[in-house]
Design a protein around this ligand. Structure first.
Ligand code: HSE
Length: 448
């Protein structure tokens, strides 16, 4: 279907794995619907993959094993980069932009670490680099923050932004399944990163949070300042004790702006079972955003997988086709800044993790002796840390001579908590390391 005389917009796809393959299939399956929305056709005119992809070679579309052939192809208007990683993706984008091509990328790592440089190059060349699919798969969270919430000063956002991690924590909570076993399943389903430590150690979520914080607060991308902690130290016991206290453990990315600066942190977090976020399970993602005018808004959907991510890639292609090709073949810049703000605030300080204020869950394996509890609470009192709740469990076996003591504290500055933990670990009655998980109330109006 070609509803007027405009020529099709021509797409070249570099990388035909989960996301690239999904993008190709979606462009083909929904071709008519997309053309009806746009009023013109999108045509895939060049495919490239560094590994052989027999199924795509039969598609009747020029196929290259050299991905740079796509960005050098004069036919291509929009380059889709779905190869992932830094090299050669960074060079590929630089060359595409230098060649005057618009780019759609799903590469969160590349944007989080090199986005400042790439966006500047795109601006100089009058082209767009779109990256909706880089954060939270199919959820249009970039569009919501950049456009839908544009009138607001964003106060904070908190999100479950790694599907694999959420898949694992959900299985630990609901089925008491072993970590490694669930991770294997997530890999088989195409959710996990090529290096799954990116998922379980929080690096993937930190890439995404870095991007969200920049477009929420109008600050340059600063991945190195994002505090990153994964879920590999979380035990089934922690998940169980959190439930007993009325909380769920979720791996959250949190960005908050206060008078002191900006917080950017990714870590396991206890949240009340009453929060909607606590009910986001499996591979699903959700981002809760608090704006000063709108209040809290929540965005929920599939955070990984071929079809969901392709939905965002193709939406970006359609945005560019709509905004940047007013006349057949003529490129114009949309004027929408890559990081949502025409002027970035380069002076806003990023708070180091020991400067944040939060409540804590502590699990202390203490010796099963008279007076231990008094000693522990005494240390917390010395550091002026208020206790909200305590559970002392029966020792699982008297043979170990240890008893788990679980404490929920009031809000305290992290550096003060670090000193208290050091003092607790110095007690003779506390022989091992203390497990510490931050607790967030997420002072939004939403709850179940
Ligand atoms: N590995 C990522 C996840 C894929 O599990 O969320 C989507 O970015």
């Amino acid at each position: 279907m070609n509803s007027d005389k405009q020529r099709p917009i021509r797409i070249g796809i570099c990388g035909l794995g989960t996301v690239g393959g999904g993008t190709y299939r979606l462009l083909s399956e929904n071709r008519e619907e997309i053309a009806r929305r746009l009023g013109r056709e999108l045509e895939v005119c060049h495919l490239a993959s560094r590994t052989p992809k027999v199924q795509f070679r039969d598609a009747g579309i020029p196929f290259s094993s050299d991905i740079f052939a796509v960005v050098d192809d004069p036919q291509v208007d929009i380059v889709v980069e779905t190869i992932g990683g830094f090299d050669p993706a960074r060079e590929l984008l630089r060359r595409a932009v230098a060649n005057g091509k618009h780019v759609v990328t799903a590469n969160k790592a590349l944007i989080a670490l090199h986005g400042n440089e790439l966006f500047e190059l795109a601006k100089q060349n009058g082209v767009t680099i779109a990256y909706e699919s880089a954060v939270a798969g199919g959820i249009p969270i970039i569009k919501a923050l950049r456009e839908g919430l544009a009138a607001n000063a964003i106060q904070w956002l908190a999100g479950i932004i790694n599907g694999t991690g959420n898949f694992i924590l959900t299985a630990m909570d609901q089925k008491q399944r072993a970590f490694a076993d669930v991770l294997k399943e997530a890999q088989a389903l195409g959710y996990a990163e090529a290096d799954p430590t990116f998922d379980v150690e929080g690096i993937d979520a930190a890439h995404k949070l870095t991007i969200l914080a920049s477009i929420a607060f109008g600050i340059p991308l600063q991945f190195d300042s994002t505090y990153t902690e994964g879920i590999s130290a979380i035990t089934i016991d922690d998940v169980k004790y959190a439930r007993e206290l009325g909380y769920v453990i979720k791996h959250l990315g949190i960005a908050r702006r206060s008078e002191r600066g900006v917080e950017m942190r990714v870590h396991p977090t206890l949240i009340s079972e009453k929060r909607l976020l606590a009910h986001v399970n499996g591979v699903m993602n959700a981002v809760l955003v608090k704006g000063n005018s709108v209040g809290a808004t929540l965005y929920y959907g599939a955070g990984a997988g071929a079809e969901a991510t392709a939905s965002s890639v193709v939406a970006d292609i359609m945005d560019i086709a709509r905004n940047s090709f007013h006349e057949a073949g003529e490129k114009t810049n949309t004027g929408l800044p890559s990081l949502a703000f025409n002027q970035l605030n380069v002076d806003l300080p990023i708070l180091p993790i020991d400067e944040i204020d939060t409540a804590y869950y502590l699990r202390i394996e203490a010796e099963d002796k008279v007076g231990v509890m008094a000693k522990i609470t005494g240390v917390l009192q010395n550091f002026e840390i208020n206790i909200e709740a305590v559970i002392q469990k029966e020792p699982e076996s008297h043979a170990t001579g240890k008893v788990p003591v679980v404490i929920l504290t009031d809000t305290v500055r992290e550096k003060q908590m670090n000193q208290a933990i050091q003092a607790l670990e110095a007690l003779q009655e506390v022989p091992g390391r203390i497990a510490r998980i931050r607790v967030e109330e997420l002072d939004s109006e939403e709850s179940q």
